[in-house]
Design a protein around this ligand. Structure first.
Ligand code: NAP
Length: 307
């Protein structure tokens, strides 16, 4: 395939950035990939694995001459990096980010974008509980959504070109308003993660049980929670610091429903419980039918085509 971008700069070299690099390299979507991460270890790993052609000590150096810059760092790190790279961006460049929250990233990044640079905020709805430069794989985005939240008036040619890249990496692309994105993700991702963190924390507090039997007899429900709760602590800290309003709204509704279920259990109201679980089962079927998950016990998260 002819490259879609000439020089791509990846700022942050973790799961998402390294997966993008593997996917771009597998198909020749970028002529050259430059990278920067905070630590020398991650920069060295990117060169050793070979998903970056060059690595740089600073984000400013990495973006020089890049026609696509990808901010792939935790959400709260995006603003300071945007301030650093702003003066070094090439005229006509596109800057995107992959942050899990959109309004806060836009507020932090957009003011630093010089005229003539297209800022296209984005979020690939794809991930695993692993992090760092060794966790990426080329097929991570295959058949997953990549949501874009560009401001009205963003250069349509720049958006179309970036869409082509996402699609070439296997993703389906949708555009939506940033506030809507944050509410939808609070329901589908952020609050479920918080619940998983809580459940694993509760089990851990019950040390007496944990030490002996929780791990040994771990059934699917708890195992799923532990996988989710193993996700990167810094990334998730930043998600809750920046998507505060939407997650608090959804948590409020969650608590109300939980109390209703608690009451049904106390009163022995089997009908309430059965009706509720019947409704939720239909939602699960809808997700599998939409191709967004599989019924396989490993969640289909094995690396089918790593590299
Ligand atoms: P990750 O694997 O933990 O990698 C984060 C990378 O950012 C690391 O290379 C880290 O450098 C670098 N970094 C952190 N602070 C930095 C700074 N101040 N300057 C330069 N580099 C810095 O994270 P990830 O999973 O790829 O997530 C990256 C972004 O994607 C986050 O905003 C997250 O919300 C979003 N996202 C994640 C998922 C997911 O499931 N993981 C899914 C969709 C979107 P070191 O390696 O040197 O520490």
């Amino acid at each position: 395939m002819t490259p879609i971008y000439d020089r791509v700069a990846l700022i942050g070299l973790g799961l998402i950035a390294s997966s993008m690099a593997h996917a771009m390299k597998a198909q020749g979507l970028a002529r050259e990939i430059a990278g920067h991460a905070k630590s020398a270890e991650s920069r060295a790993a990117a060169l050793e694995i070979g998903f970056c052609d060059t690595v740089h000590d600073s984000a400013a150096a990495a973006v020089a001459g890049a026609d696509l810059v990808v901010l792939a760092v935790p959400v709260c790190a995006m603003g300071p990096i945007a301030a650093e790279i702003g003066p070094h961006l090439a005229p006509g460049a596109t800057v995107t980010d992959v942050g899990s929250v959109k309004q806060a990233v836009i507020e932090a990044v957009a003011p630093h974008m010089p005229p003539g640079v297209a800022f296209i905020p984005g979020h690939p709805i794809a991930g695993t509980e692993h992090s760092g430069p060794r966790s990426g794989f080329a097929t991570l985005f295959r058949n997953r959504w990549w949501l874009l939240t560009p401001a009205a008036g963003t250069d349509p040619a720049a958006v179309a070109r970036f869409r082509r890249l996402c699609e070439a990496m296997g993703a389906h692309v949708d555009e939506m308003d940033a506030a809507h994105h944050d509410l939808v993700l609070a329901v589908t991702s952020h609050t479920p993660h918080l619940i998983a963190y809580t459940m694993v924390g509760v089990a851990d507090d019950l040390r007496r049980v944990t030490d002996s039997e929780v791990i040994k007899y771990s059934a699917a429900g708890f195992r799923d929670f532990t996988r989710i709760a193993a996700s990167d602590p810094v990334m998730w800290r930043d998600v809750f610091l920046t998507n505060k309003e939407a997650t608090l709204e959804i948590l409020g509704r969650f608590t109300e429903e939980l109390f209703a279920l608690q009451r049904a259990i106390r009163l022995g109201d089997g009908q309430h419980l059965q009706d509720y679980f019947t409704r939720t089962r239909a939602i699960r079927r809808g997700i599998v039918e939409a191709g967004q998950d599989t019924d396989a016990p490993d969640f289909g998260r094995v690396k089918l085509d790593a590299g």
